[in-house]
Design a binder for this molecule. Structure first.
Ligand code: NAP
Length: 290
């Protein structure tokens, strides 16, 4: 089986690439990282030609623009990548009978009543959420495709872009870290996400699956748990409310995802935040990015 990971240098993409490569022939892409094939989602014709040449059996698509505030300020440019770029991959898969695994987010919900199941009604309140939902709707038209929704990912990432990486950076420098008490998620260990994404494929499952940790907690609680496991001073974590962060894009208050369907059908248990953090602590030298 030949697998293509679009965005193999990203946070999720790098873990996926590593794991899949243990068993399968895997080709990764990046817009700039020379260890991978070059692929730019907004260049539709070039991308299509490249896919034809590679001719994969399966395409994983964790790639896209993920900075919510940047997307809010740049809806047109980012839509070209996140929505139309994904639709282009769908068209290729339809024509070539290739399986597609798309990564989506709990940001498709309004955050009034999370955590959400696979059957909850989406109602995005940010441009990022709207783009993820639109892309999902394209992917859903593809028979046999998989949509993996996830929430607040954490794990080692040497680009320091995710919440925990930024937190580590601040605490190591003894700097205060502002964490909102009114944004709730189900923190998800990136290692578990990659494993579940492989198992969903191997079990030949299709449709929408929530892949998320079992804890439902605010960013502030996530940060305090981190301090406890890693031995940082919890006084450095300042409780704030969303407006104090000056974020452009609205964040859902109660987001998060219920993982029961995936746990049952895959026969696995996703790690709690404490278990995931302890695993990170054990693997301090792990570098998720190739
Ligand atoms: N992180 C979270 O907490 C979270 C939560 C919920 C859902 N998700 C979803 O999970 C997926 C993975 O998230 P992540 O945090 O792992 O993402 P990430 O680290 O931001 O990685 C995004 C990847 O997209 C690639 N990319 C960006 N623009 C591109 C373009 N124009 N053409 C081709 N590739 C492009 C980047 O490639 P380069 O290496 O070339 O820059 C990078 O590898 C996303 O779909 C995201 O919406 C993430």
């Amino acid at each position: 089986m030949k697998i293509l990971v679009i965005g193999a240098g990203g946070f999720t993409g790098s873990y996926l690439f590593r794991l899949l490569s243990e068993k399968y022939e895997v080709i990764g892409t990046s817009t700039h990282n020379k260890s991978f094939e070059k692929l730019e989602l907004s260049q539709f014709n070039e991308t299509y030609k490249k896919l034809k040449k590679i001719s994969p059996d399966v395409i994983y698509l964790p790639a896209g623009i993920t900075n919510m505030d940047y997307i809010e300020n740049n809806p047109m440019n980012t839509r070209k990548i996140n929505v139309l770029g994904a639709a282009n991959i769908v068209n290729y898969c339809k024509e070539s009978n290739c399986r597609m695994v798309f990564f989506s987010s709990d940001a498709i919900f309004d955050g009034k009543s999370g955590p959400y199941s696979e059957n909850s009604n989406p109602n995005p309140i940010s441009e990022y959420g709207r783009q993820k939902l639109e892309a999902e709707n394209f992917v859903k038209k593809l028979k046999n495709s998989l949509i993996i929704r996830t929430s607040s990912l954490y794990g080692w990432d040497n680009r320091n872009l995710n919440f925990i990486s930024r937190l580590i950076g601040s605490l190591k420098s003894n700097m205060e870290f502002k964490a909102p008490t009114n944004q709730f998620y189900t923190p998800t260990y990136v290692v578990d996400l990659a494993y579940a994404a492989l198992k969903l494929l191997e079990k030949d499952l299709a449709g929408t699956y929530n892949i998320a940790g079992p804890d439902f907690m605010s960013r502030h609680q996530i940060a305090l748990n981190f301090c406890k496991v890693f031995g940082f001073k919890k006084e450095l974590v300042a409780p704030v409310k969303s407006p104090q962060l000056g974020q452009t894009a609205k964040r859902p208050q109660y987001a998060g995802l219920i993982n029961k369907k995936a746990e049952k059908e895959l026969g696995i248990k996703f790690r709690s935040l404490k278990e995931g953090l302890k695993d990170m602590l054990k693997n301090q030298n792990f570098n998720g990015v190739k």
